[in-house]
Design a protein around this ligand. Structure first.
Ligand SMILES: [Zn+2]
Length: 104
């Protein structure tokens, strides 16, 4: 079972030809549309944009760090625009609001 814990392990994965072809399959399946924008009713598509690969990311719904066996599972992939991709990952790293104990 491969592990994707470190930056190097992840980079090796994202550079693999397996990932590159699977990534294209996910883009095709999702019609080059951000699935999160779609859920919100705004279709974000870069289909006619020559720079599409810079602005659409393929995201692992379950992180490969925690679910390495789902790394190459098409069902675990979704297309997200760069904006929503960043938002998803910031959500996990954002700290809970600081407890303000001065009021007590
Ligand atoms: Zn989006």
């Amino acid at each position: 079972m491969p592990e994707y814990k470190t930056y190097e392990q992840k980079m090796r994965f994202y550079k693999s030809s397996e990932w590159k072809s699977l990534r294209l399959q996910a883009l095709e399946r999702d019609n080059y549309e951000c699935q999160e924008c779609k859920r919100q009713g705004e279709v974000y598509t870069d289909q006619h944009d020559p720079d599409k690969h810079k602005r659409l990311d393929v995201d692992h719904i379950k992180e490969i760090e925690d679910y390495p066996d789902l790394a190459l599972e098409l069902d675990n992939l979704q297309v997200l625009c760069v904006w929503h991709h960043n938002e998803k990952h910031n959500r996990f790293s954002s700290k809970p609001p600081k407890w303000d104990d001065e009021k007590w």
